[in-house]
Ligand binder design. Sequence first.
Ligand SMILES: Cc1cc2nc3c(=O)[nH]c(=O)nc-3n(C[C@H](O)[C@H](O)[C@H](O)COP(=O)(O)OP(=O)(O)OC[C@H]3O[C@@H](n4cnc5c(N)ncnc54)[C@H](O)[C@@H]3O)c2cc1C
Length: 374
Amino acid sequence: MREAAFSAILSAMTMQALFARSQTHVPFSGTAAFDEPMSRHTTFNIGGPADLYLRPDAACFVSFVTALLRLARAQAVPVFILGGGANLLVSDAGIRGVVLDTGSWIGACTESETLEGGSLPLAPVRSPVDRSAPEGASPSPFVWPSATPSPRGSAPKTPLGPPAGNAVHVKFRSGTRTDDAVRWAAAYSFSGLEDFAGLPGTIGGAVWMNARCYEHAVSDILVGTTFLDECLERVTAPTDPAAFAYKKSPFQGRKTVILEAVFSLRPGEPALVADKTAARRAERAAKGHFRYPSAGSIFKNNRDFGKPTGKIIEELGLRGFRSGGAQIAPWHGNFIINTGGATADDVRRLITLTEEKAFQTFGFKLEREVIYVG
Ligand SMILES: Cc1cc2nc3c(=O)[nH]c(=O)nc-3n(C[C@H](O)[C@H](O)[C@H](O)COP(=O)(O)OP(=O)(O)OC[C@H]3O[C@@H](n4cnc5c(N)ncnc54)[C@H](O)[C@@H]3O)c2cc1C
């Protein structure tokens, strides 16, 4: 059964069977691997094998993903959409079905006509932590398909409407590393993304999670999103603020693939944007975020508890507590770190222990932020 399903997926990858039927020809390029260890694709460095791991190149991304999802649905093969793996705890048994890595679907551009000189030239974006790119390789130039600069002064044709005031609408493809997006914005002195400097993961994951840094949520600046909906139609929808909340987005619980996110930024003072971006990145490092592999905060904060979850865990005396290779960070109660060789089971034991102790001691039901997969 498994073999049959995957050989169907693989034949779709060659785009022979599928496109012969639909009279279309779309070449596939990218990375494909059976039994790919997910520990290579999560910031925890934890996770067993994915049955089939696929990372389509940008050139065929949308057509391939559409075809893959159609076929996987027909074959009843589950597909997990992977961003940067920065908020995941993948089980030691791994992931059954297909893992679709969005990491090659990168790029950024502006549609704004309010800037001096009209649309800015595209800049290649490449992640410094992109393990798939060989060391020293020059960043591959990307072409934004819809980025033909419109004549100066004409309103951008977008279902999201023109930017308000002197705001700038900037689009990022979903696989773009969030930190690369921040660098890109800073390079053009666009203000609004500075607080997300150093945030691990991709734009797609940040939108899906409605990531939040320094009291600013992604939804505060998100104008709209382009995604493949459940019918595999490409839809561009403006942001409905009511559909977003703390660490909640309307994409959770839906089988959609986020393709692009449009943010409303402002032209900023170059030195101020650069300084704030650098300061935020440095603050993360100083807080020990990158000392060990982790998935960031394990639990959400809850205002009703009157204090941050990290403080609650500290008061429970759990800082530094270990299970195998996993440890509750001695400097941050809400971080669990992989000190080396930690398994997903090690981490889960610490999570369960913390949940039980928080409930027994304070009556607090902690809500997990990290996502269990597999
Ligand atoms: C050191 C560290 C610090 C962190 N600090 C913060 C912080 O300050 N604030 C904060 O909010 N978070 C923080 N995080 C958590 C993490 O960075 C965010 O949740 C991030 O937005 C996850 O993005 P990702 O691309 O890695 O998503 P993943 O972890 O890969 O996926 C998360 C979810 O999004 C879905 N998804 C991803 N991309 C797409 C897509 N294109 N289409 C549809 N679904 C998609 C996945 O299926 C999954 O359900 C931290 C993590 C680490 C490791």
